[in-house]
Design a protein. Structure first.
Length: 369
């Protein structure tokens, strides 16, 4: 793509026009005055002069100066448009995700710059979730993430059944015992258990016009798969006439009050003789867990919600062509305002908080880490 084609590509994604622009200050739609003196280097040698990679315009009505990234998730970024487009293509190339180190090695950016750009993409994915409640055949499940254990320095004794029951909270730990010894783990991995979070996912298996199943995922507070969180998730994301399939966890029993509910006992089988299963939700967690361990080498609680939304976005749009995925991602990022979480990221001046479902309200509250 030439520089002119690149600018027209981003302008069409944001304003749906290559000729007219919308002033972010006064909202006037017009062919504003181009300012060719203010431009950014495209980092691409060219034999002839072309339009700048990220040009700016001056509004005909309020005289404000703006560019195609002003007032968006890419506001105040120094990256050229060509680099943003190239990194978006690299980010959406793998099916489960792309690490910042790998993106840095291919694009030539610093690791911190690549990580910040990926976080901007994840915030756009979190905003681009299916708005309508799921209908038809719906599956719901929860999975544990974060708190990734490390391999111990020396081989530990074989874990007994009693130690596993204490580890998963089925048996209490005596106050005189060391909890990590009673659970059959190292002290370091026992401390990491405090970082474990639960991710609730809702998927539909009716196909959605042949486009494959969709998914919506949210991070839950330390309560795990509680009845309160499951009830609020089902009320917000599942239609009343939907058929819900889950596992045998007790938190999903309440779904039978408003939905046609079926459950399968995973202690015995993955799918019963009547076809009751939650394989779509398990497949989602399989991709997300492969991304956590194989690509990102662990997830942090601060951005777990956005990693979950990234996995849900990839699951929902996995049947689209890569070019359409890039267009959808950039169009969403250009339609959002500047990120309050990522502004001042290098100076740690943004919201250093988790996005979780609290036990007292459905709204996403900010919990200090």
């Amino acid at each position: 793509m030439t520089d002119t084609e690149l600018v027209n590509y981003f302008a069409a994604l944001r304003w749906e026009s290559e000729v007219q622009q919308v002033c972010p200050k006064c909202g006037a739609l017009d062919a504003h005055y181009p300012r060719r003196r203010r431009r950014r280097s495209s980092r691409r040698p060219s034999s002839s002069w072309e339009e700048p990679t990220n040009p700016s315009w001056q509004c005909k009505h309020c005289q404000a100066i703006f560019s195609v990234t002003t007032g968006t998730l890419f506001d105040c970024t120094k990256l050229p448009l060509r680099t943003i487009l190239y990194c978006a293509l690299l980010f959406l190339g793998p099916g489960n995700g792309a690490s910042a180190v790998g993106l840095s090695g291919v694009s030539g950016l610093a690791v911190s710059t690549a990580l910040l750009l990926e976080h901007r993409f994840r915030e756009a994915m979190a905003a681009d979730q299916p708005p309508a409640p799921f209908q038809g055949m719906v599956q719901m499940d929860g999975g544990y993430f974060c708190g990734k254990p490390r391999k111990p320095n020396r081989r530990l004794p074989r874990v007994t059944r009693e130690q596993l029951q204490r580890r998963f909270g089925k048996q209490p730990v005596a106050p005189t015992e060391k909890p990590w010894v009673a659970m059959g783990m190292t002290q370091q991995n026992w401390k990491k258990m405090a970082n474990k979070r639960t991710v609730l996912v809702v998927t539909d298996s009716n196909g959605g016009r042949g486009e494959g199943s969709r998914a919506i995922a949210v991070a839950v507070s330390r309560g795990g798969e509680s009845e309160y969180a499951v009830g609020l998730m089902a009320k917000a994301r599942i239609a009343p006439d939907a058929i819900v399939m889950t596992d045998e966890a007790g938190a999903y029993v309440q779904l039978a009050r408003e939905h046609e509910h079926y459950s399968v006992s995973h202690a015995k089988e993955f799918s019963d003789a009547e076809g009751v299963n939650d394989n779509h939700a398990e497949a989602f967690f399989s991709r997300m867990r492969r991304a956590e361990y194989g690509i990102y080498n662990g997830s942090r609680t601060l951005y777990l919600h956005f990693y979950a939304c990234e996995a849900a976005w990839r699951h929902t749009h996995r049947r689209l062509r890569k070019s359409e995925m890039v267009k959808r991602l950039l169009r969403t990022a250009l339609s959002l305002g500047p990120s309050t979480r990522l502004r001042g990221y290098y100076g740690r001046r943004g919201y250093r908080t988790e996005v979780l479902i609290d036990s007292s309200t459905w709204e996403r509250k900010r919990h200090t880490t």
